[in-house]
Write a protein that binds this ligand. Structure first.
Ligand code: NAD
Length: 455
């Protein structure tokens, strides 16, 4: 007997849809379908596979308004973000449509024959996605996986399944055969866990919390199942006194409050050089107070609600800590919905829970440092290493500090982390492996070496 669950609009608390959640038997049936489809999908010629992905990309573009609207309603994303996210799916598909014809192996000189490497698809790939960026993160997995000749079973997060379901329909409309891209809606502990235990799934690509990622990695060990992990973060925004402080202060809210702080790359630890602290905080307060937290449907909205009541309660539980002082806050609407103002904390020390743990909400902590060595040491004093920013006008310092910070994705004098054609992933407990760019194809292929004797 199947059960249903409700999908809620976080900006209004209205019901969006009631969906059925799959059980283990239904999950196994879809995995079997994906395994059958793999037998023919891997044989589709590179040019035909490329064209199908291009058609899929074009259909996403022609449905961008519909997909964006679904995400605004399901996830509370601002209109600007939701449109960017739909376009990102289209761009990622288009980028990886270039891959089937460029999945080069190597020819390695050997005596007595010819040695060639092949990039073979792995088989059925299980992609498990979180709720914070449902569309882009799903596509970063399925576009590269499909391009490399794998078939996919995709599990969206329980809170945000709507766009994944629609994207799978668009794939079929584009002519991608039945069984190649399958979306299974259900619980992580049921559907996601079955991806890990079912031996027909040959690889897991997981994006989500570090705690669940660790359990997935442990589960994969039993079958030596391939695994890519994109996990949590507690990234530093390091601001040196020699930088353009006004620019750094104006940009800092967007670096942490975008998507209501529910961003694995959120720069949630601000480190400011002591001599620039007063000037930075003055500008930062102005920019936080001007940050527009409002109905995500408005073109002017910069921040919407949090995803759920539970997430709002979790984030607010961080605010009762005696180790922190609230420096200032922005504004938020009242009434229905899971709203909270952007909040800036001054922790007493690096030991504060808010400095150490990923909050995943619109909360940022500010501490000071004396010199470059202390800035690097404070930035690296974290189990995470996903993202971060460095503000300085000294080129040598920009090079030294960006090489010294233990993180997968850094920006200097900017906060951008993610481009679909450059690699993305974490150091330390922020993950394993890389998504996007040319590197992601390694995550969805096995290298096969074949020696052909000629004598
Ligand atoms: P989560 O770990 O609770 O859930 C992520 C996904 O895993 C969901 O689909 C969930 O249903 C599933 N899941 C839960 N338990 C499972 C289990 N036992 N077996 C298999 N699957 C299971 O994370 P979340 O709360 O949805 O997302 C927030 C977290 O994701 C944050 O920590 C954030 O930093 C991280 N994140 C990381 C990246 C990145 O690229 N590094 C990107 C986005 C989010």
């Amino acid at each position: 007997m199947s059960t249903t669950f409700d999908v809620i609009n976080p900006a209004t608390e209205a019901l969006v849809a009631s969906l059925q959640e799959a059980d283990v038997a239904q999950t196994d049936a879809v995995i079997a379908k994906a395994a059958k489809a793999f037998e023919s999908w891997k044989k589709v010629s590179p040019g035909d596979r490329a064209n199908l992905l291009r058609r899929f990309s074009a259909l996403v573009t022609s449905h961008r308004e519909e997909l964006a609207q679904l995400e605004i309603t399901n996830s509370g994303h601002t209109r600007g973000n939701a449109l960017w996210e739909a376009d990102n799916v289209s761009n990622v598909l288009n980028y990886y449509a270039g891959a089937p014809e460029r999945l080069f192996g190597k020819q390695i000189p050997v005596a007595g024959g010819v040695d060639i490497t092949f990039k073979e698809p792995i088989g059925v790939v299980g992609i498990i996605v979180p709720w914070n960026f449902p569309m882009p993160i799903a596509s970063w997995g399925f576009a590269a996986a499909l391009a490399a000749g794998n078939t996919v079973v995709l599990k969206p997060a329980e809170l945000t399944p709507m766009t994944a379901v629609r994207l799978a329909e668009l794939a079929l409309d584009a002519g991608i055969p039945e069984g190649v891209l399958n979306v299974i809606v259900g619980k992580g502990s049921v559907v996601g866990a079955r991806f890990v235990s079912n031996p027909t799934v040959r690889k897991i690509s997981f994006t989500g919390s570090t705690a669940v990622g660790k359990s997935i990695m442990a589960g994969c060990a039993d079958q030596v199942k391939r695994v890519t992990l994109e996990l949590g973060g507690k990234s530093a925004n390091v601001i040196f006194a020699d930088s353009d402080i006004d620019r750094a202060a104006a940009a800092a809210p967007g670096a942490v409050f975008d998507n209501s702080g529910q961003d694995c790359c959120a720069r949630s630890r601000i480190l400011v050089q002591k001599s620039a602290f007063d000037r930075f905080m003055e500008g930062f307060e102005k920019s936080v107070k001007a940050y527009r937290v409002e109905d995500p449907n408005l073109d002017t909205s910069q921040m919407g609600p949090l995803i759920s009541k539970k997430q709002l309660e979790t984030v607010q539980s961080f605010l009762n800590d005696k180790d922190d002082a609230v420096a200032f806050t922005g504004t938020a609407p009242s009434g229905p919905g899971y709203w909270m103002p952007p909040t800036v904390l001054m922790p007493q020390s690096v030991n504060a829970r808010t400095w150490q743990e990923e909050i995943f909400g619109p909360v940022v902590s500010v501490l000071t440092f004396e010199d470059e060595a202390e800035a690097i040491s404070l930035a690296n004093a974290s189990d995470y290493g996903l993202s971060g920013s460095i503000w300085t006008n000294d080129l040598g310092r920009a090079m030294r500090v960006s090489r010294a910070i233990e993180s997968g994705n850094l920006s200097v004098n900017s906060h951008s982390s993610v481009r679909f054609w450059t690699p993305f992933g974490g150091f330390k407990q922020s993950g394993l492996g890389r998504a996007l760019g040319p590197d992601a194809l390694d995550a969805y292929t096995e290298t096969k070496n074949v020696f052909f004797a000629t004598e």
